[in-house]
Design a protein around this ligand. Structure first.
Ligand SMILES: *[C@@H]1O[C@H](CO)[C@@H](O)[C@H](O)[C@H]1NC(C)=O
Length: 397
């Protein structure tokens, strides 16, 4: 993932924030940054530029220790980001002067206590010599991948295809494979581990694999894949019994809060866009999700995951389903981790994407999405060497 394209979301945020950049500071100037006055400013330091965002936290993505140091000033916090390899974001808690350096800039959440500086240009580590006076005592660490994680991602089985989306013009920035190890997906993409079901082949490696994923920049973990889906050849985990799924969540997902404190946001099981399994009378889709959330007392559930399949002409249903999911999930952020038209020509599918992608990108509560799927003859050409026209639309529009 090239740096340039990573800038676009942030430049967009500046424009959308209502406060167009009001000032340009340079590290040669003595002028102090402060909030709310500096909101929207572009600040230069150590050969890099940062977008200043007041009252904004971006959860997760914390760089390895030492981190959370007390730097005294916001400027010193930004300086420490400029001199630490792989740093993309400095979050500063003004009341305590604590400074948190992050290798990824995740979605924004409002927090009046936190000031942020998001790296814009020259976003890998600084190429200029840092000032000796304010060089942090921390050792330089090996860079974790520098990825500003946006919404658009890859759902893949064949990791060798993921690099096709890592070019400069790609809007794709994350990937998952219904598994907890990436099997060599492009390091330019932020990998998200998932626990497919409660079978031993998955659970026996889960905790360790999540730890490995965190070490390469992951800050989310997803839970079970379509436990509401029991059809043959569906790939669904078929764990319809809510109580069993709740127990499995408490056995395998919830404990991550203690294994990796402060490192992860946790996703609810991904559900289909069904409503009722008529053969068993069991709920599916959003009704299933609501019952799961209702029964999972004491569970940390930070975001919900939904799947959607229907006709390419049914854009209205896609939109209403995403909105209904937001409500069903108790206004938690929504990830659409599988979606695709199940019929139609390639042109119709492209038309579908051209309508829904800008809409998804415009919604604050949609955090991430992944088209189904990154596979040959879908987003990737039959010979695996390039993108289909549909893949090109997904990659860049
Ligand atoms: C808990 O799950 C059961 C199904 O097993 C369901 O009938 C009930 O409504 C759920 N409770 C809540 C609070 O959602």
């Amino acid at each position: 993932m090239a740096i340039l394209l990573c800038l676009l979301p942030f430049l967009g945020l500046l424009k959308l924030s209502g406060a167009a950049p009001t000032a340009t500071y340079s590290d040669l100037e003595a002028r102090a940054l402060s909030c709310p006055a500096s909101n929207g400013a572009v600040y230069s330091n150590g050969g890099r530029t940062y977008a200043i965002e007041c009252s904004t936290d971006r959860y997760g993505g914390d760089m390895p220790a030492p981190n959370g140091q007390y730097t005294g000033t916001f400027e010193a916090c930004i300086e420490s980001c400029s001199t630490r390899s792989g740093c993309m974001l400095a979050n500063y808690v003004a009341s305590s002067t604590a400074c948190y350096l992050k290798s990824v800039a995740n979605s924004k959440s409002a927090n009046s206590a936190v000031w942020g500086a998001v790296a814009l240009a020259g976003s890998s580590s600084t190429s200029t010599s840092p000032k000796a006076t304010s060089r942090p005592s921390s050792p330089q660490v090996t860079a974790t991948p520098v990825v500003a994680v946006g919404k658009r991602g890859l759902a893949y089985n064949d990791a060798t295809l993921t690099g096709l989306f890592a070019g400069q013009d790609s809007k794709v920035s994350w990937a998952y494979n219904w598994d907890s190890a990436s099997y060599g997906a492009s390091s330019a993409l932020n990998y998200v581990p998932l626990l497919h079901d409660n079978g031993a082949s998955h659970t026996s490696v889960w905790n360790a694999n999540v730890g490995k994923a965190i070490s390469t920049g992951s800050n989310h973990a997803m839970s079970f894949n379509e436990p509401d889906q029991c059809g043959t050849n569906s790939g669904g985990a078929c764990m319809q019994d809510i109580k069993t799924v709740v127990k499995s969540y408490k056995d395998w997902i919830q404990p991550l809060v203690n294994s990796y404190p402060g490192k992860l946001k946790l996703g609810a099981p991904a559900v289909t866009n069904g409503v009722l399994d008529t053969s068993t009378g069991s709920p599916m889709g959003l009704p299933w999700l609501q019952q799961f959330i209702g029964n999972c007392t004491g569970c940390q559930i930070d975001f919900i995951c939904i799947h959607w399949y229907d006709s390419p002409s049914n854009v209205a249903y896609f939109k209403s389903h995403v909105q209904d999911a937001y409500a069903a999930g108790g206004n938690r952020p929504v990830w659409i981790t599988e979606f695709a038209p199940t019929s139609g020509t390639d042109a119709q599918k492209q038309g579908f994407l051209k309508q829904v992608l800008p809409w998804l990108d415009s919604l604050d509560y949609v955090e991430r999405y992944a088209y189904q799927m990154t596979a040959k003859n879908v987003l990737v050409s039959a010979d695996g060497t390039g993108l289909t026209p549909l893949g090109q639309v997904y990659n860049t529009i």
